[in-house]
Design a protein around this ligand. Sequence first.
Ligand code: MLT
Ligand code: MN
Ligand code: ZN
Length: 304
Amino acid sequence: MKIRVLGSAAGGGFPQWNCNCHNCHRIRRNEMNGKPRTQSSIAVSTDDRNWLLFNTSPDILTQLHAFPAIQPREGVRDTGIKAILLIDSQIDHTTGLLMLRESRQPLDIYCSDMVKQDLSTGFPTFKMLEDYCTVNHHPVPLDGSSFTIPSIEDLKFYTQSLKSKAPPYSPHRNDPHDGDNIGVIIEQISTGKKVFYAPGLGEIEPHVMDAMQLADCVMVDGTFWTDDEMVTQNISHKRAREIGHLPQSGPGGMIEVLNSLPNTRRILIHINNTNPILDEDSEQRKTLDAAGIEVSYDGMEIDL
Ligand code: MLT
Ligand code: MN
Ligand code: ZN
């Protein structure tokens, strides 16, 4: 299977339009060894033609322009996007749905009932799209059973509920439900190769560890280096764990978890603009390099 990283940044992107943090300030002035990034999304295919989108970023139009394999091929209207799977209902993962309103077919959207509820109430994109292309909602199972998606050949999917956070506008922001946020195992049927994708991961529960151990490649939450990153940079009073993201450094952090999987390809995605790993010359980035942990970037392709 092929995975294309359409966008690798967390909400706000990098640099963020109004941000003057150490990273944003320097990347804007070309004073940092690093890459600008759009908000997180990946596309997956086994034939280079029919793609499943994971999340629809506010930056989706830029991401599609940069990726010929997903662009129209025949007829007056066409797309390589055959279906969309939503990990959560956060703005950085769902706003792009509105950019796909010109679709000739209803959008086939796979997501949990919780995400569907958010996208019909707090951020009613599903309702808005009723007056454009309309949406076919396909609920995803949270009990460990697998499912397939028509026209996405040779892949099967296992979705599991994760401990992260519903968005601020969700009617159940402070009342967590299964399915507010999910992780996905993507398995290629013909080869048995598996990827675990979880861009928002607040806690490594036993079922998450099991999924990571089974995978040949994990693409997981790379949002923050430390729990207090936004606090110490005077950006926000919110801590990483409070908003559903496990930081990379320190005891029980993501690096420690990933170091327990030495034979797995390990890639961080959904990286916040405050994270020092965006500076490719930073000590923090060197720590990842030494551990063999990769930092995804826009346009990265993973062949598995
Ligand atoms: C998050 O995952 O916490 C987000 O990136 C927040 C946002 O989109 O503002
Ligand atoms: Mn996010
Ligand atoms: Zn910034």
